[in-house]
Ligand binder design. Structure first.
Ligand code: DAH
Length: 340
């Protein structure tokens, strides 16, 4: 037997004794490593007499190819075997309880806004969105509060560095946007959105809060429609037996202006700590749209009348859920938010 032949047999026998991947890799470096026997056998070629070189070289290469193939086959088999082993040994235990996903939820303010929108949608109101950054003109002047009008003091305002550009203090400027868009068609919309006021933050007031404005314009809209609409809203929101009363008030953009109260949901009018012994809770401001405001929106006050109202959904949510601190709404505390 030639030396090459016996090298090959020895290598193949050795390969059979390699029991795992580590053993196989050891075998590989023993025969094919830098100091391995195959390399050594190939190097010999140079020292042979020229006539013997060709045959020897071919044989050596042949041995190399056979051994490489044998090694690769053994390695692949070994890998397959260890995969099968681990699959049967480490069975997946699907009886372990899973990790439950933590579902998110809508913010209480959003939930309340959607409830309010749904109630007004049933009464045929559409939702109209308008901007949070407003001009002084829309926020005040076009709502019948020219510059230096003392009524402007009712709203503490955030100003931007651009003169005349402010954060809206109420959703009422949206009234002008809707009117200018739809005149001379009749209008029945609500305008929900965020408002901003430069105020001290207390349990009762925040620098940002939502409002829902309402606006109805037509050729025979009266105070009776206003009262009926608001009563229907209060009863849908707080329960069929709710009573509503209106008080005279003042807003520059309505004439007459009213304040709307609802009998207290805790004591039903008897007087308790929530209603401060009065038996009534204030829920919104409202009134008949001022002729000047109609005109600014493009409606002829000789032909058209309208009513408007404005309420704070956070206040409504506070009444509904007995929340005592309005600051909870934007404090981002999950202990509060996840209760609703
Ligand atoms: N804009 C008023 C406020 O922020 C609320 C309001 C009162 C809106 C009467 C109206 C209204 O549309 O008619 O306090």
């Amino acid at each position: 037997m030639s030396e090459l032949e016996s090298l090959k047999r020895r290598a193949l026998d050795d390969l059979k004794t390699a029991l795992d991947e580590v053993g196989l890799r050891e075998w590989n470096s023993r025969y094919f490593g830098k100091a391995g026997e195959i390399l050594a056998a190939l190097k010999i070629v140079g020292s042979l007499p020229p006539e013997a070189r060709k045959e020897y070289g071919q044989q050596a290469n042949q041995v190399k190819v056979e051994l490489t193939q044998a090694y690769e086959t053994a390695l692949a088999e070994q890998k397959q075997k260890s995969l099968e082993n681990s699959l049967s040994a480490e069975k997946l235990d699907i009886t372990l309880p899973g990790r439950p996903p933590r579902p998110g939820r809508l913010h209480l303010a959003t939930q309340t806004l959607r409830d309010i929108q749904a109630i007004f949608a049933e009464m045929g109101f559409q939702v109209f969105r308008s901007r949070e950054i407003e001009s002084d003109e829309f926020n005040f002047a076009l709502l019948n509060m020219p510059e230096h009008h003392p009524a402007r003091d009712m709203w503490d305002t955030f100003h931007t560095t651009t003169p005349g550009v402010i954060l809206r203090t109420h959703t009422s400027p949206g009234q002008i946007h809707v009117m200018r868009k739809f005149h001379p068609e009749p209008i029945r919309v609500i305008l929900p959105g965020m408002c901003y006021r430069y105020e001290a933050i207390t349990t009762r007031s925040e620098i940002m809060f939502h409002q829902v404005e309402g606006l109805v314009i037509g050729t025979s809209v009266s105070m009776t429609d206003l009262k009926g609409t608001i009563t229907a809203f209060a009863q849908k929101m707080f329960g069929d037996n709710r009573k509503v009363r209106i008080r005279s008030s003042y807003f520059p953009f309505t004439e007459p202006s009213i304040e709307v109260d609802m009998d207290c949901i805790v004591c039903a009018g008897k007087g308790c700590s929530l209603c401060k012994k009065s038996g009534w809770l204030e829920i919104m401001g409202a009134g008949m749209v001022h002729p000047e405001v109609l005109r600014n929106g493009g409606y002829d006050p000789a032909k058209f009348t309208g009513f408007a109202f404005g309420m704070g959904p956070e206040r409504i949510a506070m009444l509904r859920h007995a929340i005592v601190d309005i600051r909870e709404f934007w404090a981002n505390d999950l202990r509060f938010l996840s209760q609703f």
